[in-house]
Design a protein around this ligand. Structure first.
Ligand SMILES: Nc1ncnc2c1ncn2[C@@H]1O[C@H](COP(=O)(O)OP(=O)(O)OP(=O)(O)O)[C@@H](O)[C@H]1O
Length: 454
């Protein structure tokens, strides 16, 4: 017996009985109604794959209007249900009218059993496919909203961060391309997520691609998709990131790592707003909002011939620079407190605190790994400490070395900062000793720390 539920509505009892007998041999569930007024309450209780609906209920009136009326009612209540109209009159106009209103098909009385069964089967199939499409669409919607709800909060209250967030709010509502720059771990991806969340595309996907992690051979297939057989491993058709992000936002992270010879392919897709899957010759239009991020100096890469100037112009309509954590003053402690609560809860160590000396240490450190490094430092301290109050020694921070903290282009102010930092690192929590090492008084050191916004 085939899967399928059918509601037959006809005021002619003998028609109802004949159809019931014919169809109940073939399909799982058949219900009959002789009074169409019961249709709405019946449909409230049950979803049918098919309604076989009489066109003319009032004897002597063959306008078909009552059938059309009930057809509309059914479509409104159950848009996925197929409706096949039954009429004794071969009126083509009526049939066309019913089809235009949303009927799936038309059957004439007296009917031919084989033909009627074929019509019913295909109408049921259509309704079941529509149901599947609706449920897939719903699943897609749920998936998108659950993906988008994984958004993390942006913590911080420094004027530097506020400036960034103001810019984010301004550009989010537009469709302009945005380039986000900043050191590793400053929160560039988080800013991209925030732009998407505040944009008109927020119900669609934010699709991220790490341009530094895609192998050159798979670049085109990853971004533009491929058709079955395009290359040895292409066993099925597959959409690329551009297509998946259609109507949403495409986030190209580490754009500065994209090899030069692939940049023109990306540029072409962005300019033409269409892509062609690998192995296909059909172009597909795509509607995406583009956000790129990098920790590299793109104008310098252009100067060195490593990044296309036309691509840079295309991606940086709006430029957002995310400042490093060391320049965000108060944010260090605000974020430290946030991560303390987060990991305190995770490792079941509630009400942890950071003492003054440890706060000083966190404030003075230059955080080359930015917020990511701060988060790891706090997590580690929470795991390893046995006390309620975390002390300076609980934070294992890398000694300030390497090119990031001492670039060749230090100016006088930066050199001063650097020297003060090193002295403070050497004498954690002991301002007097640090001042002595620097050959200045304690008060002068305080004044300098304040003036240099350290
Ligand atoms: N303002 C913030 N509030 C809370 N968490 C933050 C904030 N900024 C960054 N983070 C967290 O720090 C980590 C690093 O952030 P993110 O990945 O966005 O940085 P990024 O600049 O994109 O890094 P990379 O350049 O290495 O890709 C993430 O776990 C992120 O959730």
């Amino acid at each position: 017996m085939a899967k399928g539920s059918i509601l037959i509505v006809d005021d002619n009892k003998s028609v109802l009985t004949a159809l019931d007998m014919l169809l109940s041999n073939e399909f799982e569930k058949i219900d009959c109604l002789s009074n169409p007024n019961v249709i709405p309450s019946k449909l409230d209780k049950e979803a049918y794959d098919l309604v076989l609906l009489d066109m003319n209920f009032k004897s002597g009136v063959n306008s078909g209007n009552e059938g059309i009326y009930w057809l509309n009612q059914i479509k409104e209540k159950r848009p996925d249900t197929s409706v096949v109209m039954i009429t004794a009159y071969g009126d083509v106009e009526l049939a066309v009218n019913a089809l235009k209103t949303g009927a799936t098909d038309f059957v004439l009385k007296p009917w031919d059993n084989t033909k009627l069964l074929a019509t019913v089967r295909s109408a049921i199939q259509l309704s079941q496919s529509k149901g599947e499409v609706s449920s897939l669409k719903q699943k897609e919607k749920d998936l998108k909203s659950s993906l988008n709800s994984n958004q993390k909060y942006i913590i911080g209250s420094s004027p530097q961060l506020m400036e960034v967030l103001n810019l984010v709010r301004k550009v989010a509502k537009t469709d302009t391309n945005v380039l986000i720059t900043g050191e590793n771990g400053t929160g560039k991806e988080l800013i991209a997520q925030e732009i998407h969340r505040l944009s008109q595309r927020h119900q669609e996907m934010l699709v991220g691609v790490d341009m530094g992690a895609i192998s050159e051979t798979l670049f085109e297939s990853e971004l533009f998709g491929h058709v079955k057989g395009a290359f040895t491993d292409a066993r099925i058709d597959r959409a690329g990131k551009f297509e998946v992000a259609n109507r949403g936002t495409l986030f190209l992270d580490e754009i500065g790592n994209l090899p030069f010879h692939l940049q023109s392919k990306l540029l072409a897709a962005l300019q033409n707003r269409e892509i062609t899957r690998v192995g296909s010759n059909q172009s597909v239009p795509v509607d995406i909002r583009l956000i790129c991020a990098t920790n590299r100096d793109l104008p310098k890469l252009v100067e060195d011939g490593l990044f296309r100037e036309d691509l840079l112009y295309r991606i940086n309509t709006i430029h957002i620079e995310v400042p490093p954590l060391r320049d965000r003053g108060e944010d260090i402690l605000v974020l430290a407190d946030f991560f303390l609560k987060k990991y305190g809860a995770k490792y079941e160590k509630a009400h942890l605190k950071i003492n003054g000396q440890a706060q000083d240490k966190l404030m003075r450190y230059n955080w080359p790994g930015n917020i990511r490094e701060l988060e790891h430092a706090i997590e580690k301290a929470v795991i390893l400490s046995n006390n309620q109050v975390l002390k300076a020694d609980d934070f294992f921070l890398k000694p300030v070395t390497g090119s990031k903290s001492t670039p060749n282009t230090l100016n006088l102010e930066e050199m001063e900062k650097q020297l003060i930092r090193t002295a403070l690192e050497k004498h954690p929590g002991n301002i007097s000793a640090a001042a002595e090492q620097l050959g200045i008084t304690r008060q002068t050191l305080y004044n300098k720390i304040k003036k240099l916004n350290m």
